[in-house]
Every structure is written in structure tokens, then in C-alpha cells.
Design a protein around this ligand. Structure first.
Ligand code: NDP
Length: 301
């Protein structure tokens, strides 16, 4: 059964997700803060209506999907008086937040929306831009099971796997933890490869052994061979967003009064890398900071 859906936020990952919704036959309206991005997107080409404002986008739809950098942006968009988005939402609608956000802000948003009869689930995704283009993202959902079942036919348009993780905020918590692990794997693999290189082992030889051994990870198996050793460093997922995610994981552990020094380290390292390299670089470019400090480059010979 096709649904009427509004998709707000056509960034690096939002745009290919929205394009799948249009191709799957849902009645889709898209909106982006920078209008040209919406008009030029694949979803628009596939037949979505391009809205003139967020409020215009959500008029008369059943499900609203947001995919913005962080939860504060979702809260700001809902609260912005000029956008009047909250006023345009109607009782019975469901907001599905695919932002990699933070559990506390999402619980606050959910309770404000509940007061006007609008449902909310957090539904961040993993799988990267490649997974979004292939329609094979993993969606991790927090919130009521009935709300997930309502959203499932829509989520299936771009998902390979949909997991109900728990109550509101559970999806965001798990996404942040996953990405803190990504940050640690990326950084520690860079340090390890630099140390091996200085000990006389070429990076491709080191990766060949690590990837057949217990130190392997997605970073060692995919990111380093495809992006670092080639020097390609494509820009698909901003380092600033990974720093945000690792910060959420560290804050989560602090709020639980858990000792979690490596989660804090992941957050600090990613923030340092972001400050050094800027907001627009890709997350894998953090490796270049390790290289700079060591005075070597991890490239194929
Ligand atoms: P981008 O930076 O590419 O895009 C961000 C989008 O949000 C743009 O459409 C931007 O609009 C819009 N935006 C930013 N701030 C606001 C605001 N205050 N109000 C309204 N719109 C705003 O991010 P991504 O698409 O890469 O990421 C989106 C979310 O998905 C993030 O939470 C990220 O962590 C997560 N994610 C990203 C992955 C990836 O591989 N890229 C993988 C998995 C999750 P404008 O065009 O006007 O700037």
C-alpha cells in the first residue's frame, strides 16, 4: 500500500533515501533548506513534488521523514516560527527521524509531538551513501512497536534490515555507539599501520595479514584498501558528523555514570581531527592527521 510521505533533508544520505521512496511508488513530497538541492535531486526526477517550505511539505501526508545533521536541527525546524512546521502537523501523523540524533532531545521532541497527537520514532540508518543508493540500509528503530509497523512499508523502500531496538531513543543510542566504534577502528588502524610501516612493513602487506587475523574491522577490510591506500578519500560522510556521533556515545556513558574512557577518547580524537581538518572533510580523512603526526603516508607503493 503506497503511503503519502514528506522527506525533509536531502543531504548526502537523505537524497538517495528519498529517491527510493519515489521509485517504490509512495506519494512523495520533498523539501530541503537549500531549494536547488531539492529540485535537482533524483527523487524530484522520479516524480516527487518539491515543496516550497517544510510546512508546505507536510500538508496532508501520513508520514514525515527527517534526515538532518543532528537532533538540535530537527528541534529547531519544528520550533521555527517562520517555517510553522509544528502548526502544519496534524493529529495522526507520524514523524520518523532518520537523523543520527541524541536520545534526550528525541524524547523531548516526542513528548511535544504527542501533545498534538503526532507520533514519533527515532530511526537512524547505517550503511553509508553506498547502502542508501543500493537501498540496503540498516534502520535501527526506537519507539512504540505499532508506530514502527506503520512506518515499515515506507522504511522498506530503502532498507535491507529493520531492527526494533527498544523504547524511544534506543535507535539513536545504538547508532552513536556503532559510530564511536567506527571512529576507534579508523584511528587505531591508522596508528597500527603507521607503526608497522615504520617497522618496515608496507601498508598493503600489513592489511593483508590483519584482514586474515583478529585485528580486522570494516575500517581495515574496506575503508583503508579502498580509500586510504588508493589516496581516493571520497567525501561521503562528513568527519563533523562522526565527531557528533562519538560525542553522543560518550555523553550517553557519562549520563549513566559508566567508566567509558575509550568512548570519551573516540569523541575527543574526532573533535580534534574536525578542528584540525575542518567541517567539510570526510571521516576517513581523519587518518591524514595520524599520518601528519607520524610524517608518513599510508599509500600503496
Ligand atoms: P549532509 O551534511 O550531507 O546534509 C545535511 C542535510 O540537512 C542537508 O539537506 C541540509 O540542508 C540539511 N540541514 C542542515 N541543517 C539544517 C537545519 N538547521 N534546518 C534544516 N535543514 C538543515 O548530511 P548527511 O546527509 O550525510 O547526514 C544526515 C544524517 O544522516 C546525519 O545525522 C548523519 O550523521 C546521518 N548519516 C549519514 C551517513 C552518510 O554516509 N552520509 C551515514 C549514516 C547516517 P542544506 O542542503 O540546505 O545544507
Amino acid at each position: 500500500m503506497p503511503n503519502s510521505v514528506a522527506f525533509l533533508g536531502l543531504g548526502a544520505i537523505g537524497a538517495p533515501m528519498a529517491a527510493h521512496l519515489a521509485r517504490a511508488g509512495h506519494s512523495l513530497t520533498i523539501w530541503n533548506r537549500t531549494m536547488e538541492r531539492a529540485s535537482g535531486s533524483a527523487a524530484a526526477v522520479a516524480g516527487a513534488r518539491v515543496a516550497t517550505s517544510a510546512a508546505d511539505a507536510v500538508r496532508d501526508v501520513e508520514i514525515v521523514i527527517t534526515c538532518l545533521p543532528e537532533s538540535a536541527d530537527v528541534a529547531e525546524l519544528l520550533a521555527a516560527s517562520d517555517a510553522a512546521l509544528t502548526h502544519a502537523l496534524r493529529p495522526g501523523m507520524l514523524l520518523v527521524d532518520c537523523t543520527s540524533g541524541d536520545p534526550d532531545t528525541s524524547r523531548r521532541i516526542a513528548s511535544e509531538l504527542a501533545a498534538i497527537g503526532v507520533g514519533f520514532i527515532d530511526a537512524p540508518v547505517s550503511g553509508g551513501v553506498a547502502g542508501a543508493e543500493a537501498g540496503t540500509l540498516t534502520v535501527m528503530v526506537g519507539g512504540p512497536a505499532e508506530a514502527l509497523e506503520r512506518a515499515r512499508p515506507v522504511l522498506e523502500s530503502f532498507a535491507g534490515k529493520i531492527v526494533h531496538c527498544g523504547a524511544l531513543g534506543a535507535g539513536h543510542a545504538l547508532k552513536a555507539v556503532n559510530n564511536a566504534l567506527l571512529a576507534l577502528h579508523l584511528w587505531s588502524t591508522a596508528e597500527g599501520l603507521v607503526a608497522a610501516m615504520k617497522a618496515g612493513v608496507a601498508p598493503e602487506v600489513a592489511l593483508d595479514v590483519i584482514n586474515a587475523s583478529s585485528g580486522r574491522s570494516n575500517a581495515s577490510m574496506n575503508l583503508f584498501p579502498e580509500r586510504v591506500l588508493t589516496g581516493a578519500f571520497p567525501r561521503t560522510f562528513r568527519l563533523a558528523l562522526l565527531a557528533k556521533d562519538a560525542g553522543i556515545a560518550a555523553a550517553l556513558a557519562r549520563s549513566q555514570k559508566s567508566a567509558a574512557p575509550t568512548l570519551q577518547l573516540a569523541a575527543d580524537l574526532m573533535r580534534i581531527a574536525q578542528l584540525e581538518l575542518g567541517d567539510e572533510v570526510d571521516h576517513v580523512e581523519a587518518v591524514q592527521l595520524v599520518e601528519r603526526w607520524a610524517g608518513v603516508e599510508l599509500r600503496s607503493s
